[in-house]
Design a protein. Structure first.
Length: 528
């Protein structure tokens, strides 16, 4: 049974640093907390030299960011690829790979206990993250509130059993040892021919031996994206759940989240196999001095990449010799049927709006297009109600001013959306939400992904299917009767989740991701 060595994490230095112009954040390298050397604001400013790009000073990365109008410098330790790659396979087998899964679940439970026992930890996290992160404040609040639920040992156990198990055994049993196969093995033709040439009565084929199967842990490299601070935690839990050694590259926007996890892991037990074989790090994408050795043949058994299409293509091109699990950028859409739409319109629009506001539309399940069944007048009436609902979101959770978003909207108004009817909550060029009624299709890749909902009219909901494909991860459907009617066709078009309208963000233990059982992709299935 794993329990925290202490139930106190002191973030005073981190929070104090985060409130200063230069913030030094510790990260984890194979279980060791590592912090970059001290750096003065003058040194940081001189190094950045007015540029937004990350610069290297000795063993530190210096990132220049502007948060709430103030200039900040974030200093992170620069990892050595030699310290990240697991080269002692025998030691992994003796310790981590043969760690009983019950101890994995105990470890996650101890992480949760540390977080729950330190309310100040969560408050400090919010303060520190607001000082160095571009993630919206309300998104940080939601993440922090849900952190204890995320670190759920019972949920992880259920996911392991569901993803890796079958009729023969639960998933945790496949991780803990070799499971006998219940079907007889058959010899190959060459072995049967060889037996004719030998007078011994012993079979040479080995078919008579009992076959076994095991889910072997792996060495994993996770390249995560910055759309949500929860992603590094998800990647870590997937590595824990498969008893795997992992290097998790956090995005620049959520390095404080990685710091929190690193401190909690160190607090639970710095000598635990999961702690010692986990690295939570950051480096600027494209740094060949680090990525070259990490993408080399046999450095890792799995590479998991989240992020933009250019990021994915770059990783795939350089990690060709390693099996890569791709979690590609996707979007969500909503299908709203006209059945009983009139009397239920406010409720339906509220549900659809909640699906569109997930992480400012940067999450892969966030709805960016609402297909409304009915006449043009009905679709325009829907737009007007949606604008009013989104205005309430704007008032409750104001968005940061974003010059890129303003420029994108100006471009769309003059180009792809020139024929649209615009329903705006604030005058240009401020950052309120926008609803655009479009009488024609458009390229999903031009959508600015920031409180902009496109509404399109269809004569029948089934007509919307021709606009869908593998780029759409999640579809929320109203009413429920039509969701049940359309879910097979939606799935056949490449949609990964077909949910009731308003439930795009729902999760459950062992839920497939992008059409995959992720844990099953992360282990190596071996027969013996």
């Amino acid at each position: 049974m794993v329990s925290a060595r202490r139930t106190r994490i002191d973030l005073d230095e981190i929070v104090e640093a985060a409130s200063e112009p230069v913030a030094r954040l510790p990260l984890l390298i194979k279980g060791r907390l590592v912090t970059a050397p001290p750096l003065s604001i003058s040194d940081a400013a001189a190094a950045a030299n007015g540029a937004d790009a990350v610069v290297t000073i000795g063993d530190a990365y210096v990132s220049r960011r502007r948060v709430a109008g103030e200039l900040r410098f974030v200093v992170l330790p620069r990892p050595s690829p030699r310290d990240l790659v697991e080269s002692d396979i025998g030691e992994l087998v003796r310790t981590l790979y043969n760690l009983p899964t019950r101890e994995v679940f105990d470890y996650v439970g101890a992480l949760r206990d540390v977080v729950q026992s330190n309310r100040k930890l969560l408050d400090d996290f919010v303060g520190a993250a607001r000082g160095v992160s571009s993630v919206a404040d309300f998104a940080l609040d939601v993440f922090v509130a849900g952190l204890p639920d995320l670190l759920d040992p019972h949920g992880l156990a259920e996911a392991v059993d569901r993803d890796l198990g079958d009729a023969s055994a639960a998933g945790r049993e496949y991780l803990d040892g070799w499971i006998a196969v219940r079907t007889p093995a058959r010899a190959g033709p060459s072995a049967r021919l060889a037996e004719r040439l030998v007078s011994s009565g012993d079979p040479l084929s080995g078919a008579a031996a009992q076959p076994f199967v095991r889910a072997m842990p792996t060495r994993q490299l996770h390249i995560t994206s910055g759309t949500s601070p929860v992603i590094p935690f998800i990647s870590a839990l997937r590595a824990f759940g498969t008893k795997s050694a992992s290097v998790i590259k956090s995005p620049a926007e959520t390095t404080v989240a990685a710091t929190i996890l690193a401190l909690a892991m160190s607090e639970v037990d710095p000598d635990h196999p999961l702690t010692r074989h986990t690295s939570l790090v950051w480096w600027p994408g494209g740094d060949e001095t680090i990525e070259g050795p990490l993408f080399a043949r046999d450095a890792f058994d799995r590479v998991v990449v989240w992020g933009s299409q250019p990021t994915i293509e770059s990783v795939q091109a350089r990690a060709r010799s390693t099996r890569t699990v791709v979690l590609a950028p996707k979007v969500g859409v909503s299908l709203i049927g006209r059945d009983r739409l009139g009397p239920h319109l406010p409720e339906v629009v509220a549900r659809a709006a909640s699906d569109s506001m997930i992480l400012e539309q940067h999450a892969c399940m966030s709805s960016i297009v609402h297909y409304v069944e009915g006449s043009e007048d009905e679709a325009l009436a829907y737009c007007a109600v949606l604008r009013d609902v989104l205005a309430r979101w704007d008032n409750a959770f104001p968005a940061h001013a974003d010059r890129d978003r303003t420029a994108a909207l100006r471009y769309l108004r003059r180009g792809h959306f020139i024929d649209g009817r615009w329903f705006e909550n604030t005058a240009r060029p401020t950052t309120g939400s926008v609803v655009v009624y479009l009488p024609h299709g458009f390229d999903l890749s031009v959508h600015p992904l920031s409180r902009v909902v496109v509404v399109r009219r269809v004569g029948r909901l089934v007509d919307a299917l021709r606009h869908l494909g593998s780029a759409v991860s999640t579809v929320g459907v109203y009413p429920e009767s039509q969701r049940c009617e359309l879910r097979d066709e939606l799935a056949a078009h490449g949609v990964a989740q077909v949910v009731p309208l308003g439930a795009a963000e729902r999760t459950f233990a062992g839920m497939p991701h992008d059409g995959m059982r992720i844990l099953s992709e992360l282990v190596s299935w071996v027969s013996a």
